[in-house]
Design a protein around this ligand. Structure first.
Ligand code: COA
Length: 408
């Protein structure tokens, strides 16, 4: 029987040495190291690993961390754009444009696709993504955009800039774990978008801009925001089952569940679940964890689906005081390390990514001159049952989640 490769499901589209996603065993390794070990270290260590393919020594990590700190400043006109747009526009739309603006200024490491240049660009993008996301988060809520603090590491500096106050060591540790867990994940949609752009020998900023656009979608990074809106809509533990029954009866999606690759538990979930429990209890927000737990149990029972990385990150970020609309930018803050690592890997052994399409449109037909045409119905290829389901799901998502300004 022919394999269904719609959405490139199951298709191996290239090689990578960066992350190994084992969907059967439910394991994730970066450059051979299990994420269960990497979460013990700083996010900077994971970034180093994804850029150099090896773990750093103490001195290498120190130098790398210092180097990242030196790259945090973004041009003033980008900050002005963020200040101007963040109150009314979707944070991922602002982020996408802000990233794109980075290379329209002489301050960005010079354009060039040789390894030395791309290494500098990668450092700048990892460091500046943090400044952009934190500034968008601050500007959205009317706070002043503050300058990066070179005395703080990546996670602490991000939280301090986002929240306008010194974060606790525990909050920094929780965000650090989330950053490590989200840093890379094979040929996910945004990474693949970045690689496709890099393969044309365009520049790294263009690749990361496209990746941000891809991550925004609710089937990818946008799911974490959608999860929190879903939990808020459910509201309380005893409403979980009726809500789920109604959703499934209407062929709706339960956000934060299912995965293209993992057919068992997503290995990132256990870490985020534990942190969600701790933080929800610690901040008297335990109900979000309890609703999540009930939902997890029932979705597994009724649909056989496991939660993915976006499920418990939602309640964790909520308890950490992060606005739900900022969850996807926080994902970008981490995944940028994977994006730039993949761009460099693509360039190292490049061949244009250019698959073929199976043509299913009209057979060749006669071209009628303009004056001789009569109105014709636009006919599309027959809608398959799966297409119809996807449309229903999207409509459900659009009508059942709280509106995010600019999202629709
Ligand atoms: N809620 C309800 N049903 C789901 C589901 C979910 N979250 N995820 C998958 N399913 C169902 C599908 O409707 C489909 O059912 P069918 O065979 O009766 O048509 C079946 O499970 C297979 O799903 P499919 O859409 O083919 O899987 P996929 O590999 O194309 O999609 C996702 C993977 C992640 C896009 C999908 O699981 C999803 O939309 N999840 C919710 C969004 C999300 O959390 N995204 C973040 C991913 S990390």
């Amino acid at each position: 029987m022919e394999q269904n490769t719609k959405g490139l499901a199951g298709v191996v589209a290239g090689n990578t040495t960066l992350s190994r996603v084992d969907g059967q065993q439910g394991q994730l390794h970066y450059c051979g190291y299990n994420i269960d070990d990497l979460v013990e270290g700083p996010y900077e260590e994971t970034c180093y690993l994804l850029l150099h393919g090896q773990l750093p020594t103490t001195q290498q990590l120190q130098e790398f961390t210092e180097d990242l700190k030196q790259h945090r400043t973004v041009p003033q006109h980008v900050l002005e754009f963020i200040q101007h747009k963040s109150r009314q526009d979707h944070p991922m739309a602002v982020l996408r444009t802000a990233v794109s603006m980075l290379s329209c200024d002489n301050t960005f490491p010079s354009v060039g696709n040789d390894p030395q240049h791309t290494q500098q660009q990668a450092m700048a993008l990892i460091a500046q993504m943090s400044t952009l996301v934190a500034s968008i988060g601050a500007a959205r809520t009317g706070k002043n955009i503050t300058a990066p603090d070179k005395s703080l590491d990546h996670a602490a500096n991000f939280l301090a800039m986002l929240q306008g106050q010194a974060p606790s060591a525990q909050a920094c540790q929780a965000i650090n774990v989330a950053l490590v867990l989200h840093a890379d994940h094979g040929f996910n949609a945004s990474t693949f978008a970045a690689r496709a752009i890099a393969s044309t020998l365009s520049d790294m900023v263009s690749a990361v801009t496209a990746a941000v656009g891809s991550l925004k979608g609710p089937l990818h990074g946008g799911a974490n925001t959608a999860v929190m809106h879903m939990l808020q809509e459910i509201g309380q533990e005893d409403a979980v089952e009726p809500w789920l029954n109604q959703t499934l009866d209407h062929h709706g999606l339960v956000m934060g569940f299912g995965h293209r690759v993992y057919k068992t538990t997503d290995p990132r979930v256990k870490h985020l679940r534990m942190l969600s429990k701790q933080w929800c209890e610690h901040t008297n927000e335990a109900k979000w964890f309890h609703i999540s737990e009930k939902l997890r149990e029932l979705v597994l029972q009724k649909k056989g689906l496991h939660p993915n990385v976006d499920f418990y990150s939602a309640s964790l970020y909520y308890a950490l005081g992060i606005d739900p609309d900022m969850y996807t930018p926080v994902f970008a803050l981490s995944r940028v390390a994977g994006w730039v690592g993949h761009v460099r890997e693509q360039l190292h052994d490049n061949r244009l990514i250019r698959p073929r399409a199976q043509y299913i449109g009209h057979a060749p037909r006669a071209y009628a001159p303009l004056q001789q045409r009569t109105p014709q119905h636009h006919t599309r290829p027959k809608e398959t049952a799966k297409n119809v389901d996807n449309l229903k799901e999207l409509r459900w998502y659009q009508s059942n989640t709280h509106s995010i300004k600019g999202c629709r």
